[in-house]
Design a protein around this ligand. Structure first.
Ligand SMILES: O=C(O)c1ccc[n+]([C@@H]2O[C@H](COP(=O)([O-])O)[C@@H](O)[C@H]2O)c1
Ligand SMILES: Cc1cc2nc[nH]c2cc1C
Length: 354
């Protein structure tokens, strides 16, 4: 059995008894019922995943998966592919947006190279999981082979397992870096939503109207040529996806198999989560949508997954920045559930009863 099949077999339903107990405690806390809004179901879901009411999220890691995209040669990004590797060095040096926001949230950052078009020194402090140097141009053929797609997913599973084993993992955040990857992510949501590309494509790093038109046409060409079948998620990943997107799918499956909650970042991380859920729908119960990205297709992905984002700050950066910020909210959820006293505990009559 493959690592992917094994991991999918280990994904179980989170503890529904704990969920009921959590919802009961939240409903009995000394405050108007439902007054903490969406924090309440989030807190209950966290408890059910972790199997306890007093959830501890001490060990947080954000894994930023990096990969390059052959489709960049069509002019779909404002930036050249070289920026992917340059940003990997920036992450390692600690000077990027994700380093700052992860530190603020008490999370470690690990950068994983799934497919950057650059040879990193083996001594560089990243997770060396390169499958190949960038995908092929999906507008002229499949982005990668099915074997490479499966290898990228299994690399992500391996990373989740590695982190869960040492140093231990209570909450996993996902993030991405890859010039051109909003094109691949938009292609994936086009396959699953069936919506016209004009509605789905966004500016990525900052395309203007003319650039958006070109991007939609390039994706249309890739879809017409590769004919990805939504019933075959690994095929979709191989034909129009990306190596880091496969890694992101694997992270979700790996964490879910270890009963670890995952908080996703924006468009690209959610594209990975979408592939994970198509491979194994039960994985969706372990996912929190960190935020709603400004990038147009993200809303459709969230709808497809049935997820409501924790935050909407009009961000469109990637790297895991939205996941890092949402970690503050998930931390708050654990405190809300465990520490707010019930009517009974503080001796106030509960007007909701009797
Ligand atoms: O996370 C998002 O929602 C998001 C939205 C727009 C852009 N990005 C980032 O921008 C890069 C891809 O943009 P592009 O235009 O090259 O496809 C990639 O490194 C992503 O992390 C990320
Ligand atoms: C500079 C830069 C930083 C990024 N971080 C995520 N995507 C990015 C794209 C660019 C271009």
């Amino acid at each position: 059995m493959t690592l992917l099949e094994q991991s999918i077999q280990h994904i179980t339903q989170p503890d529904q008894e704990i969920k009921s107990a959590a919802l009961k405690r939240l409903a009995n806390q000394a405050r108007p019922r439902g007054s903490l809004g969406r924090l309440e179901p989030a807190a209950a879901r966290l408890a059910s995943i972790c199997g306890r009411l007093d959830v501890k999220l001490d060990r947080k890691t954000i894994v930023t998966c990096a990969g390059d995209h052959g489709v960049v040669e069509e002019g779909v990004s404002l930036f050249p592919s070289e920026v992917t590797a340059q940003m990997v060095y920036n992450f390692v040096q600690g000077g990027a947006s994700i380093n700052v926001l992860a530190a603020h949230a008490g999370a470690r950052v690990r950068v994983a190279d799934l497919g950057v078009s650059h040879d990193f020194d083996p001594g560089l402090d990243i997770l060396h999981k390169k499958i190949r140097k960038g995908t092929a141009n999906m507008a002229t053929g499949p982005a990668m082979t099915r074997e490479e797609a499966a290898a990228s997913v299994e690399a992500g599973i391996g990373i989740a397992n590695q982190l869960a084993d040492s140093p231990g993992l209570d909450l996993l955040g996902t993030g991405d870096m890859g010039i051109g990857n909003t094109t691949a992510s938009s292609a994936i949501i086009a396959v699953y939503s069936g919506l016209p590309l004009k509605e789905l494509v966004g500016p990525g790093t900052g395309l203007d109207e003319q650039g958006l038109d070109l991007k939609a046409r390039v994706i249309k060409r890739a879809l017409d040529l590769n004919r990805p079948d939504p019933a075959d998620p690994m095929g979709v990943l191989a034909r129009v996806g990306g190596l880091e997107i496969g890694g992101l799918a694997g992270l979700v499956i790996g964490a879910a198999a270890r009963q670890i909650p995952v908080v996703c970042d924006g468009l690209i991380s959610t594209a990975g989560a979408l592939i994970a859920c198509e491979l194994c729908p039960a994985a969706g119960q372990y996912i929190f949508a960190g935020h709603r990205s400004r990038e147009t297709g993200h809303e459709y992905m969230l709808r497809h997954l049935g997820l409501t984002p924790l935050l909407d700050l009009e961000m469109r950066l990637g790297e895991g920045t939205g996941a890092a910020l949402a970690m503050h909210i998930l931390d708050a959820c654990t405190r809300i559930l465990a520490d707010i006293k019930t009517f009974e505990e503080v001796g106030i009559e509960n007007a909701h009863e009797g």
